[in-house]
Ligand binder design. Structure first.
Ligand code: CP
Length: 324
């Protein structure tokens, strides 16, 4: 089973390699319940968090994941660095490589920046995309798949037959673009629910159904995932007001009451409570939003482990061997 050299997009994964990452994350989550929270796997290796955009969950969870694998972590934030003096991505990357970076996790506002880093050879080790522009956020999709599989499936399986609704600002969302293709590859049926102005033109080529009204079909889904309105990527008005958007598309207690009894709510975060989701929905018993954050650490440990541990083939009982 082949694990890619870099993780730049969910397109780098096959169903088999995605399931291998989810299964490895499941093993790691069990280890964390035991006495031994830390593995020696990446001792002496340096992981760089290269963040050109703000982040809470992704940056901290990659840092936690790397530390649990005993790696050294170097945190680079563009704010407060020589990027403000005009230093390029190339020179920043060459500087980090010279300091001994063994892997680079990059978040960048420009779609394609992680691909450039991987293709250039400026960084010798694996490059992991932690979100680039509106394009991809593959580890978010993996942790979302892990969370859905924990609830509805099991180790070794995919998301076959699951109905997932992604609601809101699809146009600007790298989370949507990653989830649509990964969840579909794992067997889920994905529906996008949004006003036409927040849907990209290319949806005709995507493996999705589209609806413009949340109230028409909310009772059909196993998972409902509202997305934040990404004001920072908008240069024009895409809807009249946030209040109007919330009235037509926001997840609220009345809409949650119409969901299937076993259906759950996911949100990649950060949330804008009162806009795409109200507090009672975010904090309800159906919400797996906090589980997503916890699962993010295990999934990122699995990604670092599989990309950095030396072999791109996952040996049988690899983690048992680590513990021995
Ligand atoms: N979901 C996500 O990427 O959150 P952060 O921006 O806080 O990393």
């Amino acid at each position: 089973m082949k694990i890619p050299r870099h993780l730049l997009s969910v397109d780098d994964l096959t169903r088999e390699s995605a399931i291998a990452i989810l299964d490895t994350a499941a093993q790691l989550s069990q280890l964390s319940e035991g006495k031994m929270k830390k593995l020696p796997t990446l001792r002496g290796r340096a992981v760089v968090n290269l963040f050109y955009e703000d982040s809470t969950r992704t940056r901290i969870s990659f840092e936690t994941a790397a530390k649990r694998l005993s790696a050294d972590v170097i945190n680079f934030n563009a704010k407060g660095s020589s990027v403000s003096k005009g230093e390029s991505l190339k020179d920043t990357a060459l500087t980090l490589q010279a300091m001994g970076a063994d892997a680079v996790i990059i978040r960048h506002p420009s779609s394609g920046a992680p691909q450039r880093l991987a293709d250039s050879g400026w960084i010798k080790g694996p490059v992991i995309n932690a979100g680039d522009g509106t394009r991809q956020h593959p580890t978010q999709a993996l942790l979302d798949a892990f969370t859905m599989r924990n609830r509805f499936g099991g180790v070794g399986g995919g998301l076959d037959g699951l109905r997932l609704a992604i609601v809101g600002d699809i146009l600007h969302s790298r989370v949507a673009r990653s989830n649509i293709f990964l969840a579909s590859m794992l067997g889920a049926k994905v529906t996008l629910i949004a006003p036409p102005t927040l849907l990209p033109v290319e949806i005709g080529e995507w493996p999705v159904e589209v609806s413009y009204r949340i109230d028409e079909s909310i009772e059909e889904f196993d998972v409902v995932m509202p997305l934040r309105i990404q004001r920072e990527r908008m240069n024009q008005g895409f809807f009249p007001t946030e209040r109007e958007f919330s009235r037509h598309y926001g997840l609220n207690i009345d809409r949650v009451a119409k969901m299937k009894p076993e259906a759950v709510i996911l949100h990649p975060g950060p949330m804008n409570r009162g806009v795409e989701i109200d507090a009672s929905s975010a904090d309800s018993a159906r919400s797996l939003i906090v589980d997503q954050v916890a699962n993010g650490v295990f999934v990122r440990m699995a990604v670092l482990y599989l990309l950095m541990a030396g072999s791109h083939e996952l040996p049988e009982n690899a983690l048992d061997q680590e513990r021995a």
